[in-house]
Structure formats: C-alpha cells, structure tokens
Design a protein around this ligand. Structure first.
Ligand code: TYD
Ligand code: MG
Length: 460
C-alpha cells in the first residue's frame, strides 16, 4: 500500500481541515460543521508511482496560436435553459444544478435528457436516489420516449465510469453528487471528501472524453450547495433552481458560467406535465393582477440582463396587540424596515401602529434596490386605501433622506414596460438624458418619495 489513512476533522461547509475537533470552523465561522473523516495520506514517493493523467493539449501553446473555435454546442430544446447556459451545452463541460429537495431538478433533467437523446446522441442518467422503475414511471407520466436514454441506479463512481465507457454517451447526468462515493476515500457518501473526490473524477472524465456532465447538488438550508463550496470551483457552470415550493414558478439562475454570462435567468413553470418554459415571464407574473385595488404597485426589476415586471403587494393594518409586525415575503426584511422608516419620518405616515405585510406575486424574490419605489408606493397605497394608476410602473432606489436614486439598465426596463402596455414609468429625476423613452411611454421623473406619492397616491 502506498497510502496510509488518518482521520481529520473536516468542515462540511467549506472543506477546512483540522487535526482536532473544533466547535466553530475557523475558516468559515460556521458552528457544528466539523465532522471526522478518514483521510488518505500519501507517503513520500507514492505519487510518483501513480500514472499521471495527461490532459489533451497539455503542451504549452502560444496565446496567439490557441484555437478558439468553439465546438458545436448541444442545444437543449428548451430555449430558457439554453439562455441560462449561454447558448447551449459546451461539449466536455461540467454543469452543477443546485436546489432544494423537491424543487424540480430531477424533473427538468429527465426532460432535458430525453430531448437530448433524440437530437444529440446517447444520454446516461445515473440516479443514486430513485430506482430505474421510478424514473421510468415519471418519464411515462411526462410522455417522454426515446431509445437512446439509458438509466442506471448506481452510486459507485467507478462503476459509473465503466458504464460510460460501455455506452459512450454524449451527456451524463449524475443525480445527485451527494449520493455518489468512491472506494478510494473512506468517508461516508455526502461528506466533503467524497463529494470532492467524485466530482473531480467526473471532471477528469469530462475534460478527457468530451462527455458533458450534469451534476445535481442538494443545497443546505443556508442555500449553499451542501458542504461543497469546493464543488463550485471544480465545475464550469453553476446553476441554481429556485422558487417558492407552494408556487408553480421556478427560476433557473446561473451564478457561475465559464461559457456565458452569469446571473442569467430562465423562468419555468412546474405543471402536471413537468417543467414548461415561460417565454414571457412579465406577462405571466402580471396575469392575475387586479387593477384599481389599493396596495399594489408594479416594479421593473432586473434578473441578470433580463427585465421583469412584478407586482408588489402591501397590506397595512392596525396593530391590535404589542409590537407592530413586519412580514416581508419576497423582499428583503431590512429594505422593508428602511422604507417604512423613511415613510414614517419624511412623510409622517403612522406606520408604528400598523402591521405591514409585503408580498411579491408569483413567489419571486426581489432583492434589487430598484424596486424600493414600488414597495413604498404599494405601502402608501394600502395605508391611504388609494389605488395606484393602472398604467404606471415604478423604478427607483430610495435613500435615507427620502431622495430617489437612479438605477442601472434603465433602457431595458423601459422597453419591457412599454412592451407590456404600460403608458407611464415613474423614475428618479435624470440629471442628464440617459435614455430615450420608447414610443408611447411617458417618463414621470420625481426627485423624492414625497413627489412620488403626490402623483401615485394623490390625497384628493
Ligand atoms: P423533483 O424533480 O423530484 O425534485 P428534486 O429532484 O429537485 O428533488 O420534483 C418533485 C416535485 O415536482 C414533486 O413535488 C412533484 C412535482 N412534479 C410536478 O408537479 N409535475 C410533474 O410533472 C413532476 C414530474 C413532478
Ligand atoms: Mg431528485
């Protein structure tokens, strides 16, 4: 044996190793994340005996001579998915899809696999969580049929690599990386060293053979992909599938992409027939809007490079007991506090005796400060029981003294509002003319929250 084993304490969040137990990880500061794992320690000289894997093109090249021609990307039949990937799957790339349990990762991947099997070649779907029968039953329900989709229930990475060798697929799906293990590492499946080891095997496979690999990763309650932050730098692309489990909309967001723009977002809807793309999300989010109801305002937010119109609803109601409550759903709690403080202090709204509820329709999360103005207008609209103009959307960040600040990507936002038939958009006053309003759209420029409310929620 060229190696001997030793145990170490490894932080399951960040991968920090330590020789003894610590209640708090000194690297990432998390509590109770150190778990004892068996680590292999190579003896000096052992490494020299291992065969070295030589990646193709390992000879140094001049920068000017590097071939930049990109191989043909594999197109996923869902346009929204392609968009998030930066225009399709790059052969030999490794893509991590993270998300909470039950959000739809397996569903979207089995659909994608079936479609790719029809157009791009063989697909091998390895599940460590469901039996082939369960997957087949789901595929039948989704009416997926193809000869070139292979299923296997397997958790040993070595066996999976054998299957890849035999089947020679174009795309490999691993659902999920936390269930995989390799004999080379003695820790239990799902631990940091196993996940890292398995992922680096698959990375090697992708880089040497040109197979594109999808990894499913579960996320912890804090929203990290379980333990392995380490995974994020091993892979080429990191996508998160997110959404409110009680709502049908799902956002697929790219947070890292070596082959495309990050923070690109695709919008899907979970239907009885699997995930369906939503090509025009603003329209979908505004579909159930009740015009002329007090307490709602339309914000134009950006998700990556894409503008989205969302309805922000607010309800203020007299506090009956104790402290007034602040219940934000889909907006940041601290932004809500800030905006209610500005409305109380600058405009004299008596919000200290009101419970406040905020809701973003469609289960979306709107963290962008550019939606401040819409939130403030919705709040005031509920407080005064006055509806906001139906043809007006709102864009702007609110400062502590109640002033409105300009926001980025105004042109894209205005274009989207015009496309959805809005006639007016309220924006902070522009010091110089940064954009031309699209045809048929009027800009209502205001300097501060007082001016904004005088127009949006006039007290006649
Ligand atoms: P799943 O893809 O298994 O989630 P994950 O792999 O991320 O854990 O999705 C499971 C949920 O999706 C489950 O609650 C049922 C729902 N679902 C639908 O609503 N429609 C469908 O067509 C399918 C297949 C699942
Ligand atoms: Mg699953």
């Amino acid at each position: 044996m060229a190696t001997k084993t030793r145990s170490r304490w490894v932080c399951q969040e960040c991968g920090k190793q330590s020789l003894r137990y610590m209640g708090r990880c000194p690297s990432c500061g998390e509590f109770n994340t150190m778990v004892e794992e068996i680590i292999e320690v190579s003896r000096p000289g052992a490494r020299a005996m291992q065969p070295r894997v030589v990646l193709p093109n390992s000879a140094p090249q001049r920068l000017t001579e590097v071939n930049t021609e990109e191989g043909q990307r594999l197109l996923v039949p869902m346009g929204e998915f392609n968009r998030v990937l930066g225009g399709g799957i790059v052969p030999g790339s490794i893509i991590l899809i993270g998300g909470e349990p039950g959000i739809g990762k397996s569903t979207i991947l089995i659909q994608t696999s079936a479609a790719l099997a029809q157009t791009a070649g063989r697909v091998l779907y390895c599940s460590g969580e469901e039996s082939a029968r369960q997957i087949k039953m789901r595929a039948d329900r989704l009416k997926l049929e193809t000869d070139d989709l292979f299923l296997v229930t397997e958790t040993n990475i070595k066996t999976i690599l054998d299957h890849v060798y035999n089947i020679d697929p174009t795309v490999l799906v691993i659902d999920s990386i936390q269930t995989m293990y390799t004999d080379d590492s003695e820790s239990s499946p799902g631990s940091v060293s196993q996940v890292r080891e398995c992922a680096s095997r698959l990375q090697m496979l992708a880089k040497t053979s040109g197979v594109s690999v999808f990894l499913v990763g579960h996320v912890t309650k804090e929203g990290n992909i379980a333990g392995p932050r380490v995974l994020e730098h091993l892979v080429d692309t990191v996508l998160y599938l997110e959404g409110d489990p009680f709502q049908s909309y799902r956002l697929l967001r790219s947070v890292k992409n070596r082959f495309g723009a990050t923070s690109e977002v695709g919008v899907f809807e979970m239907t009885g027939m699997g995930m369906a793309e939503v090509p025009n999300p603003s329209e979908a989010f505004l579909a159930e809007r009740v015009v002329a109801a007090p307490g709602t305002a339309i914000a134009v937010t950006m998700e990556g490079t894409r503008p989205l119109l969302v309805e922000i609803q607010a309800l203020t109601s007299q506090t009956t007991f104790g402290n007034p409550r602040r219940t934000p759903n889909g907006v940041d709690y601290n932004r809500l506090l800030l905006i209610s403080a500005v409305l109380s202090k600058r405009l004299g709204l008596k919000l200290h005796e009101q419970d406040i509820f905020i809701n973003v329709v469609g289960g979306l999360n709107v963290d962008e400060p550019a939606s401040d103005l819409a939130m403030a207008v919705a709040l005031a609209s509920s407080y005064f029981n006055q509806p906001t103009p139906a043809d007006m959307a709102f864009v702007g960040e609110i400062g502590l003294s109640g002033e409105l600040r300009t926001v980025g990507q105004l042109a894209a936002r205005l274009a989207e509002a015009a496309k959805l038939g809005f006639k007016r958009v309220m924006t902070p006053r522009l010091r110089r003319k940064v954009v031309d309003a699209p045809k048929g759209l009027q800009l209502v420029e205001v300097r501060n929250i007082g001016e904004a409310l005088a127009i949006a929620v006039p007290k006649d």
